[in-house]
Design a protein around this ligand. Structure first.
Ligand code: HEC
Ligand code: SF4
Ligand code: SF4
Ligand code: SF4
Ligand code: SF4
Length: 583
């Protein structure tokens, strides 16, 4: 009775959670692109989109993606073989246990006339799937804590997922082990399934079960007398064999029973079968009820996201559906860290330790951001650093096993932050190029507003050069931005700069300041960008140029081979030369 109440309560909580989570897919707004739609517009756009796919040849794409990416998890295989093995073991093992064992009364029993959980092949398969999940969990722990995959962060949610699965599995195995040894279970079975009432016959059967089935009985001390074996076998075949394969087929439950043998009688007397039964079922129910709110929700969200991404076209789909898909993608992330491993600016994280630089962690922040929670100034600052440290290289999107379109997400949030009046010098940030490409998608006011602010700021900086007290500058004012900088051949490597910001990240001078932008004017990568844009005066006017200690850190860390230090050095000389020419 109590059990039924708990079961239905957890099922109810699960369904409620599911409905709530799915409803957030239609209500969360991530950045500028999603602001223009109401919830009902998004729901009806999704319904139209789904119907449009189902009744079109695109359905074939869905089938293909379902088989290759959802069932066979091809995307994980491409990235990391060990991880694929781990995920396949846990995923396949757990799904089979769920369908065959947990839901046996709905699935296995109707399908197979002769289903008994203690009969092969079910007995063996249940144990086999259990071993699969356990092996997968061990690999997961090995990867996280022993192999220590770089930049793979373990959040409380990751711990939860590993712990709940482990508790479910271990309690299940112990439960099976204890049941195999349990004298009480044996007596109940004899009472329920055989008409035996002569103690002698029962003892004969009991002895066989002790010898062959792992039973631990207080009555049987000596090895079985060979003369009674025929009787024991006959009784067993008559009353028990129809439902019982040899317990040795329980390839993990049986060894557990052997291990527990020395304490089995005491456990049985203490009623541990019941205790483990409750632990096992409670863990399952907690797992079920909490699933929509935990990392395990990805078992639902990830397939949906993969399928949606497969049939959606970023340029042709309804914008409302794109907004919905992006909200869904937040739930689909499994926090696997693959994106962070390949991110082209992740070295900056190794240097600064700001988690928001890693795409896998940026996504976590995005959830908070999308939920509209107020952020503290410090948090916002760390987030801005993270969100701007991105070269739009798209590597994260390409490798994400769930197919999350990360670059789109970053774009939306960065644009949103800009519209909220954020002062990052836009034309000098790696964002500018990508933003230019997305110009059509933005309202023209939104697009030009930050650019004009930044143009004014740049002009201001050039004005400031008049006043050497404020910014150390050796050049006269020059507002002609277009003029090319006259650098040596070797220093023209600046044109290879793709604004990863690595140079600024590793620079010890930059690292010295709380607010380097304010103290130094421009950071090394921005100087490279200014040179690239021909903004000579801007480069000359930056205090950074004169504070550089020529340590060559930046140059050594540049993935593009830009001679950052040499360029800075040459710029200094040029600035001095120009100032003399103008005197
Ligand atoms: C109608 C089928 C059926 C018959 C007949 C039957 N059992 Fe069982 N028995 C089961 C099932 C099913 C379980 C598992 C019960 C559960 O999961 O709660 C089980 C469990 C047990 C267990 C606990 C260990 C375990 O593997 O779960 C013992 C011991 C056992 N039976 C002994 C016997 C003996 C001895 C006989 C013959 C007198 C017998 N059973 C006859 C179906 C049967
Ligand atoms: S697009 Fe940005 S976040 Fe993604 S891998 Fe490239 S730099 Fe990293
Ligand atoms: S965004 Fe994709 S690759 Fe990155 S942690 Fe999430 S699921 Fe993994
Ligand atoms: S050479 Fe200059 S700009 Fe480069 S890291 Fe060193 S101090 Fe910074
Ligand atoms: S100069 Fe090199 S390290 Fe600096 S932003 Fe450009 S590409 Fe990156």
């Amino acid at each position: 009775m109590l059990f039924t109440v708990i079961f239905y309560t957890s099922l109810f909580v699960f369904l409620l959670g599911l409905i709530y989570k799915v409803s957030t897919w239609f209500s969360l707004e991530i950045g500028v692109a999603s602001k223009n739609f109401t919830i009902s517009e998004r729901i009806s756009a999704a319904a139209r989109g789904i119907l449009g796919v189902i009744f079109s040849p695109k359905i074939l794409i869905l089938v293909k993606v379902f088989i290759l990416d959802v069932v066979l998890q091809r995307r994980i295989l491409k990235e990391d073989f060990l991880r694929w093995i781990m995920h396949m073991l846990i995923f396949t093992g757990f799904m089979m246990l769920l369908l065959m064992h947990a839901f046996d009364s709905f699935i296995t029993t109707p399908l197979f006339d002769e289903y008994y959980s203690t009969l092969n092949p079910f007995l063996f398969l249940r144990n086999f799937f259990g071993i699969m999940v356990l092996a997968g969990l061990m690999i997961a722990v090995y990867r996280r804590f022993i192999l220590k995959v770089p930049r793979l962060r373990t959040s409380p949610m990751d711990y939860y997922a590993i712990i709940i699965l482990t508790v479910i599995m271990i309690s299940g195995i112990l439960l099976e082990g204890i049941k195999i040894t349990s004298y009480t279970e044996f007596r109940n079975m004899v009472k329920n399934y055989s008409a035996l009432d002569e103690e002698e016959e029962i003892l004969a059967l009991e002895k066989l079960w002790v010898k062959d089935f792992g039973l631990v009985s207080p009555n049987v001390k000596d090895p079985i007398d060979p003369t009674i074996i025929p009787l024991s076998k006959e009784l067993h075949n008559m009353h028990c064999a129809d439902c019982h394969s040899s317990t040795e087929w329980a390839i993990i439950g049986y060894p557990a029973a052997r291990l527990l043998k020395p304490i089995a009688l005491r456990l049985d007397r203490l009623g541990c079968v019941n205790a483990f039964w409750y632990i096992h079922f409670l863990a399952c129910f907690i797992g079920l009820a909490y699933l929509p709110f935990s990392k395990m929700f990805h078992v639902i969200a990830s397939p949906v996201s993969l399928l949606a991404n497969a049939v959606m076209d970023k340029d042709k789909s309804f914008p409302a559906n794109i907004a919905t898909r992006q909200a869904m993608e937040l739930d689909a992330c499994t926090h696997c860290g693959t994106c962070s491993l390949t991110c082209s600016v992740a070295v900056a994280f190794d240097k600064t330790g700001n988690l928001n630089i890693l795409p896998s962690e940026k996504l976590v922040f995005l959830k908070t951001y999308a939920s509209g929670k107020d952020l503290k100034k410090n948090e916002l600052k760390a987030i801005q650093e993270g969100i701007y440290l991105c070269t739009n290289c798209d590597r994260c999107t390409v490798v994400c096993p769930v197919g999350i379109n990360l670059r789109e997400l970053w774009f939306n949030v960065r644009e949103d932050l800009i519209q909220k009046g954020n002062p990052i010098p836009l034309v000098l940030s790696p964002f500018s190029f990508y933003r230019g490409l997305n110009q059509q998608k933005l309202e023209s006011d939104n697009y030009s507003n930050p650019i004009s602010i930044i143009k004014d700021a740049i002009a201001d900086k050039c004005e400031l050069m008049k006043n050497p007290d404020e910014v150390i500058s050796l050049t006269p004012i020059n507002k002609k931005f277009k003029e090319k900088v006259d650098l040596s051949y070797q220093a023209t490597t600046y044109s290879c700069c793709f604004s990863c910001q690595n140079c600024s990240t590793v620079c010890p001078v930059v690292g010295n300041y709380e607010n380097p932008q304010e103290a130094l004017g421009l950071l090394p990568h921005q100087i490279m960008r200014s040179v690239g844009l021909g903004l000579k005066d801007l480069a000359f006017g930056s205090k950074m140029l004169w504070d550089c200690v020529t340590c060559y850190q930046c140059q050594e860390h540049c993935p593009q081979g830009v001679k950052v230090t040499d360029i800075l050095y040459e710029l200094k000389n040029l600035a001095i030369k120009e100032s003399f020419n103008n005197e």
